[in-house]
Write a new protein. Structure first.
Length: 294
């Protein structure tokens, strides 16, 4: 566990109602509240601000409280660098896609411009995805690196983890299947919303205890325990840091469980007007985005 992880439980990054010109970080007053779901329902969410300006150096909790006006991604675009993504990392997802279990992790990269905020920020499908309406969702658990990491052995990998959050790896399926590299089809602006909270690794010592679901317009599309992961968090960090420095703030998307729209019969793609929710429990909560067209 990163040293910083011991200083907080759950952090949100947000614009406060008291001063919309500010961006603050802090802990929700209600430790059990699903922040993303509460805000989607129009509920007021109170936060105890921290003295720091980033989750990478949060400082200390203050005695006051603020109310969330707008929820932001836990990290800013300039903090994440390139976004590391792992494909085909659930056994049951490999099965539904009729693909063999990989021997090593499959890596692709999203640019930092793909980072996006939770609801009420929209997820915008570009015109190229609308051509044949094959925009797709992928619910994912995200590792947040808390300090620079290079050549990290599995035995020490968790010492570099700041915490965990949720993501939707929004994809353009036609272009993904037409190419051997996935960076283009998954790297559009805003194609990586993350949130709603950053949960300290001290609260989640074992991610296999988490459960992830993806819901489109309230209907369950994906539903899977993280015991189904092919490569564990330590294995992923050890692999990705071989000869490569992952800077503090790097986020790693760890793959999606079965139930993606492209694998369903009939197919269940996303389009303007849809809501998609990534629910990662316990602790993290629900990342919700409304789909719009460019």
């Amino acid at each position: 566990m990163s040293d910083i992880a011991s200083t907080f439980s759950r952090l949100v990054r947000f614009v406060p109602k008291s001063d919309p010109s500010k961006i603050l970080i802090g802990e929700p007053v209600d430790a059990e509240l699903d922040v993303g779901l509460a805000l989607y329902k129009g509920q007021e969410v109170s936060v105890r601000p921290f003295t720091g300006t980033t989750v990478l150096a949060p400082g200390e909790a203050t005695t006051g409280t603020e109310v969330i006006e707008r929820l932001l991604s836990p990290l800013a675009e300039q903090e994440v660098g390139s976004i590391r993504c792992v494909g085909l990392n659930y056994t049951s997802h490999a099965k539904e896609m009729s693909m063999p279990i990989p021997d090593v992790p499959t890596l692709f990269i999203k640019p930092s411009a793909a980072l996006a905020d939770p609801y009420p920020a929209p997820t915008v499908l570009p015109k190229i995805t609308q051509t044949d309406n094959t925009g797709d969702y992928e619910s994912e658990m995200v590792i947040v690196i808390g300090r620079d990491a290079k050549d990290v052995p599995e035995s020490e990998a968790l010492d570099y983890v700041l915490g965990y959050t949720a993501a939707n790896d929004v994809s353009s399926r036609t272009y993904q299947m037409n190419q051997t590299q996935w960076c283009f089809s998954k790297g559009f602006d805003g194609s990586c919303p993350i949130g709603p909270t950053l949960v300290s690794s001290k609260l989640i010592p074992d991610v296999s205890k988490l459960h992830i679901r993806g819901l489109k317009n309230g209907d369950v599309m994906q539903d899977c325990p993280l015991t189904d992961l092919i490569f564990t968090v330590p294995q992923l960090i050890a692999f990705l840091t071989q000869g490569t420095t992952l800077r503090a703030g790097t986020i790693i998307l760890t793959g999606t469980p079965p139930g993606v729209g492209a694998a369903k019969n009939p197919k269940q793609f996303i389009k303007a007007g849809d809501d998609f929710a990534v629910e990662l429990l316990p602790h993290v909560g629900t990342l919700i985005n409304k789909i719009e067209h460019q």
